[in-house]
Design a protein. Structure first.
Length: 689
């Protein structure tokens, strides 16, 4: 067989080689095996001999080390100090005390590890066991330094454990098993009853609500606080009664050292130490005072806690709402709160009390906002009265500034100025008008939001009630969709009615002052314009005309002031121009008024134009002026100052709409005067109406 050739099976040898060659290969292989056996036998024999030599060397070294130890022992015996009297020393602690100390040390090490692993129950049991051991070792004076050191260590550990227990108890995401474990741990560490532990839990959660709301009383914080309150109430309801009682009973079923969780801790080495412990420690069973409150007592405690928590939330809601003037934000908070409360309404204790307190705060603020809407109208009314009392001036359409106004963008500036002049608006009155329109827009927005409240489907959001809770569920839905919107709307309307009454009273008082002993025409004109601007805007709020009824007595008084001033100015102008040339009646053309009558109407038009524009001289105002002027010029002692002949008298009567049925008969009998007035009335502006 060639070097490097390998044959894995005998079938391969017979397939690749002939039989003689195969026999030669077999001989080579057998010779190789024999040779390898001899080599292996030689190697094993050499190793065995080396092993025997090593064993002999170990025996020799052991004998030498024994001799050396004996020599060192004799030397140390000869070098020991002299004997002292040890009768004054205290006796050494017995094995039981040493075992307890050893277990106490191991308890500290193991409990620290358990605390780091957040195994609260195991750590609490070890702390409880350490308290028993420390109490048992109090009379061991020789161990006092070690005990004091361990006592301080366990004090620190106990505080850390209580902090972790409190953190678990206040966490809103802690599940019921974890909470029961934390409560049992608290009872083990503090030796209190289960009812005291539940009281501690309620106090912790109440303090968390207080801290949370004190940090920030915003909308999100209020909602989070309400969620936490509801979750806490459901947690209290779940823990109270049977769950906490069973958990505490499980702790008292067997001695603490018989607990499988404690016996399974190898770090305590209980297999060696437990037999050395005193019987009272090995058999000690935790005991807790049993207080089992009745269902009514538990309900009363939950309601008392809910009342305190709800008071905190209500205070935060009041503080937050006091900063809001926009009803949109208030209604948004209302929606958020009820979206949190309604889904757990029937499963949460004292939910009805929560609803009442929060609803009271919300309704109180919404009522204040609705009332403030009316107050804003009173403010606008006051500004209108101040405008009427002040001196206002309107620029002419033909002053230098107006003439040079740019005509870009469709001459918008010129058009705006013409409109303002026609309507008698100045800068102050325009500002008051914009304020009034903004108030009306806000009022409509408020009313629309109130009208949208019944459209919310709270029936889909509220928790499914039981049969006996159906009536309460219907009452809650009715409260949210009908009662509250009706209350908001009524409050808003009452506020508006009160503001409207104040509006009428204020304007009436101002009108009475203007039309007193010394009438002020400028103030009367300004007040008329203020009334016109505000009354037309208020028609949108009171379409039934409530705002106009209060003005029925005010506006005629102011128009009377204007009419009397027109008569006064006309009389003064006529007296001043009384020296005008008198015409001979024979020289005057027939069927035409005299210059005196014509100038009377022209003076009247000019005087009215000087006082105010078309915004003042509406049809009722013009009729009142005509009536007052006619009463003046047709007095027998003044007739000669305004007319020359009968045509003038008839013409003026027609122009001033003066006379009774006799005057109408005169018109029908004097077609010439009537026809002439028809042809010329447009020359006299507002008198033609």
């Amino acid at each position: 067989m060639e070097p490097g050739t390998t044959i894995s099976t005998w079938q391969q040898a017979f397939q690749d080689y002939r039989i003689p060659t195969t026999r030669a290969i077999e001989k080579q292989l057998r010779a190789g095996v024999s040779r390898d056996k001899e080599k292996l036998r030689a190697l094993v024999g050499g190793s065995y001999r080396e092993l025997l030599a090593t064993a002999e060397a170990i025996v020799v070294l052991q004998e030498k080390s024994k001799v050396t130890e004996d020599r060192l022992s004799s030397i140390s015996h000869n070098c020991r100090p002299p004997q002292h009297d040890i009768s004054a020393k205290s006796s050494a602690p017995d094995k039981a005390a040493l075992a307890q100390l050893r277990l106490l040390q191991r308890c500290h090490t193991t409990s620290s590890t358990s605390l780091r692993d957040r195994n609260l129950m195991q750590c609490s049991k070890l702390v409880f066991l350490s308290r028993l051991l420390l109490k048992s070792l109090d009379n061991q004076e020789s161990l006092s330094p070690s005990l004091e050191y361990l006592r301080n260590k366990f004090g620190v550990l106990r505080r850390q454990l209580l902090r972790q227990i409190d953190a678990t108890l206040v966490s809103p995401i802690s599940e019921v098993p974890n909470l029961l474990e934390a409560l049992c741990s608290y009872c083990l560490v503090t030796s209190v009853s289960s009812e005291d532990a539940l009281t501690h839990l309620r106090q912790l959660r109440l303090e968390k609500v207080r801290r949370q709301l004190d940090e920030s009383a915003g909308r999100e914080t209020i909602c989070e606080g309400l969620k936490y309150q509801l979750v806490s109430l459901q947690t209290f309801k779940t823990l109270s009664g049977r769950p906490i009682t069973e958990a505490m009973n499980n702790l008292q079923k067997k001695p603490i050292l018989e607990d499988s969780a404690i016996r399974g801790l190898e770090s305590l080495d209980l297999d060696r130490l437990r037999p050395l412990l005193p019987e009272e420690i090995r058999t000690f069973v935790p005991y807790f005072k049993k207080i089992v409150p009745s269902a009514d007592e538990m309900r009363a405690k939950l309601e008392a806690w809910s009342q305190e928590a709800c008071q905190l939330i209500s205070t935060a809601v009041d503080d937050y709402l006091s900063k809001l003037d926009d009803i949109t934000e208030v209604l948004g908070l209302r929606k958020d709160i009820y979206e949190i409360l309604l889904p757990v309404y029937f499963s949460t204790p004292a939910s009805n009390d929560i609803n009442k307190q929060i609803r009271h705060s919300l309704n109180q603020r919404i009522s204040q906002i609705c009332q403030s809407q009316g107050t804003r109208l009173s403010q606008v009314t006051q500004s209108l009265i101040e405008i009427a009392a002040g001196q206002t001036s309107t620029k002419s359409l033909w002053d230098a500034e107006a003439v040079q106004t740019s005509l870009e963008k469709g001459a918008s500036k010129v058009i705006a100025r013409v409109k303002a002049s026609h309507s008698g608006l100045n800068s102050k009155l325009s500002k008051a008008s914009r304020t009034l329109n903004a108030w009306i827009s806000a009022l409509h927005a408020t009313q629309n939001q109130i009208d949208d409240l019944p459209k919310v489907r709270w029936r889909d959001a509220i928790e499914e009630p039981d049969d006996e809770q159906e009536e309460e569920s219907s009452d809650v839905i009715k409260m949210l969709c009908k009662d509250d919107p009706f209350f908001y709307s009524k409050t808003l309307q009452d506020s508006l009615q009160g503001a409207l009454a104040d509006y009428d009273t204020s304007l009436a008082s101002s009108a009475s002052a203007i039309s007193g002993e010394s009438p002020d025409v400028s103030r009367a004109m300004n007040l008329l314009r203020s009334i016109r601007v505000s009354a037309s805007a208020l028609q949108q709020v009171f379409p039934e005309g409530g705002s106009v009824k209060g003005l029925q007595d005010i506006v005629p008084q102011l128009r009377q002031v204007l009419a009397e001033d027109v008569v006064r100015r006309l009389s003064e102008s006529t007296e001043r121009d009384g020296t005008v040339r008198k015409w001979d009646k024979a020289q005057l053309p027939e069927n035409m008024p005299s210059p005196k009558a014509f100038m009377t109407l022209r003076r009247l038009c000019n005087i009215m134009a000087e006082i105010g524009g078309m915004d003042i001289w509406c049809t009722p105002a013009v009729q009142l002026v005509k009536k007052e002027v006619a009463a003046r010029i047709f007095m027998p002692e003044h007739t000669k100052d305004y007319m020359e002949h009968e045509f003038d008298e008839t013409y003026l009567r027609i122009a001033l709409d003066h006379g009774d049925e006799g005057a109408s008969e005169t018109k029908r009998q004097s077609p010439a005067e009537f026809d002439y007035w028809t042809r010329t009335k447009l020359l006299f502006g507002v008198l033609s109406t």
